[in-house]
Design a protein around this ligand. Structure first.
Ligand code: TRP
Length: 517
């Protein structure tokens, strides 16, 4: 079967931006900034995006374009290693996964795990990392869809004007009440389950529509609309009384708030927001034509994604400070701040509905990219082993397994009440990595350990094994007029070879306690 190609460069950029811009920008970025020191986090985040995230993104697109395969096959293929067997892949995958897990649980195991990892990589290791990526995208979708479900719920609430229809009540009271309501809502998993199911169904529906028809068309229309709506909310938010404090909190770094943990959180958030950790961008890159410049495409995606995150921050924090919410409230932050903002706008219910609707679409384009990745891996894997697996069947398998895995997050977004046995198991396996409930633990594991780990491997692979010289040629477009200036290429080379690997390693070593700064 011939693989489809992106019809145009702009289509590719928009689809990649559609994958990148989602709940990570509008829900996660503000709450991460709030819990990690505001301006300091934002400053470190920007450094992470431009010094590490974008170069890694280029590398991923490159791997996709050079190999024209899904992530597992691509990594095994990139002119490093000869033919492979399925069993060996699985072995190496286990070694790789063990490396990710154990390295972070008990610091003293890091050395041993790295040794196993090193041996695994020497024999087919990169394909093994491909499996880690595929599993990461699967795991991320399982909790991402829960947050997507919250958005579905909030569309319903704004349609029925639950939080905007409040004559004579001040924004401060609305904020307090919405925060309490959000807590009550997430404590009731049956209600959360409804939103989750709707969100998963939407994601499945987009993917069954096919790459170009589904993702490209949807993101072309609705992404600009989301930006416009964000601007509207910002205007309201910064004109609330006492809003300026929030702007200062978001944009002014302070030395006191700085810590190695901030770097780790910012790095993880950068990879999460840019959809890195290779699964997605490799798959997308594999559809990219030779005459398109990767540096250009990645640059645009990075700028749009960062802009969306900063705009979301500007929409949330002025309101947070104006109504006296706690900026470090965690995952529920925007569900306290946004209703309060909308409640003080004329026609608030309409704005709120439109906003949550756009956010839902942005979230679906992101979750679709996650499901797409899992499905693509399934299809190509099955085909390799001569089994008949149509695209439709692969999407169904991915969809059903992921929905089941997501139930764990659905039933533990508030606490472990519904899953006491799982709690015991998770605490036993993960030790100090267990953060609150399953939802938070999985998020921490995937974004702060898993994604940087795969990014590290990608950087090492391109920078040291494949080689930046060969890579630089392939990064360019076959059409010379579309190429970026030389210094950008040089900077890219330095980053994948030195800056990205060293930074990620230092973060890992510090966070696992092996290195004291
Ligand atoms: N980047 C998306 C967001 O910000 C989430 C996402 C989509 C993602 N695909 C990914 C995160 C792949 C990590 C890896 O909402």
């Amino acid at each position: 079967m011939a693989r489809e190609n992106w019809t145009s460069s702009i289509g590719f950029i928009l689809a990649s931006a559609g994958s990148a811009i989602g709940l990570g920008n509008i829900w996660k970025f503000p709450y991460m900034a709030g819990t990690n020191g505001g301006g300091t986090f934002v400053f470190v985040y920007l450094l992470c995006v431009f010094l590490i995230g974008l170069p890694v993104m280029c590398s991923e697109m490159l791997i996709g374009r050079v190999t024209r395969r899904n992530v597992i096959n691509a990594l095994g293929k990139i002119e490093l290693i000869s033919s492979s067997t399925f069993g060996r892949n699985i072995l190496c995958f286990l070694a790789g996964a063990a490396m990710v897990l154990f390295a972070s649980i008990h610091a003293w195991l890091l050395a041993g795990a790295s040794l196993i990892g090193a041996v695994a990589f020497a024999r087919k290791g990169f394909a093994a990392v491909g499996w880690v990526c595929a599993i990461l995208s699967f795991a991320i979708l399982s909790y991402y869809a829960v947050v997507g479900g919250w958005i579905v719920e909030y569309i319903w609430r704004s349609l029925t004007a639950t939080f905007t229809d409040i004559e004579g009540v001040t924004a401060i009271e609305v904020a307090k009440q919405s925060t309490a309501e959000f807590g009550a809502y997430t404590a009731n998993p049956w209600r959360v389950l409804i939103g989750f199911a709707i969100f998963m169904a939407l994601t499945g529906a987009v993917i069954l529509g096919g790459i170009q028809a589904g993702i490209e068309r949807v993101s072309k229309i609705l992404m600009p609309a989301l930006f416009v709506l964000l601007l509207v909310v910002i205007v309201r938010s910064v004109t609330l009384p006492g809003a300026w404090e929030g702007v200062v909190f978001l944009l002014k770094p302070t030395a006191a708030a700085f810590s190695p943990k901030v770097i780790m959180m910012a790095l993880g958030q950068a990879f999460f927001s840019l959809s890195l950790g290779m699964a997605i961008t490799v798959t997308y890159g594999s559809y990219l034509k030779r005459d398109q410049s990767i540096l250009h495409a990645a640059g645009w995606v990075g700028i749009l994604d960062t802009l969306a995150a900063l705009l979301a921050g500007l929409a949330i924090f002025p309101a947070v400070f104006s109504v006296g919410l706690d900026p470090s409230a965690g995952p529920g932050l925007i569900f306290g701040a946004l209703p309060a903002t909308f409640a003080t706008m004329p026609l608030g219910a309409i704005w709120a509905t439109a906003f949550f609707f756009m956010l839902l679409i942005a979230a679906v384009t992101s979750s679709a990219s996650l499901l797409e990745c899992t499905a693509t891996v399934l299809i190509e894997r099955m085909r390799k082993h001569h089994k008949r697996c149509t695209r439709r069947c692969a999407v169904w398998i991915a969809f059903i397994t992921c929905s089941l895995a997501g139930l764990l997050s659905v039933f533990s977004t508030a606490d472990w009440t519904y899953l006491p046995c799982v709690e015991k198991g998770v605490r036993w396996c993960l030790g100090s990595l267990t953060q609150g409930n399953w939802f938070d633990t999985l998020d921490n594991l995937c974004s702060n350990w898993g994604l940087p780990f795969t990014a590290l491997i990608i950087a090492l692979l391109i920078g040291w094994v494949y080689g930046t010289r060969r890579a630089k040629i392939n990064l360019l477009s076959s059409d010379a007029s579309k190429n970026p200036p030389k210094w950008l290429l040089t900077a890219w080379g330095i980053s994948v070879k030195w800056i990205a690997p060293v930074a990620i390693l230092i973060v890992f070593l510090t966070m696992s306690g092996l290195l004291k700064l």
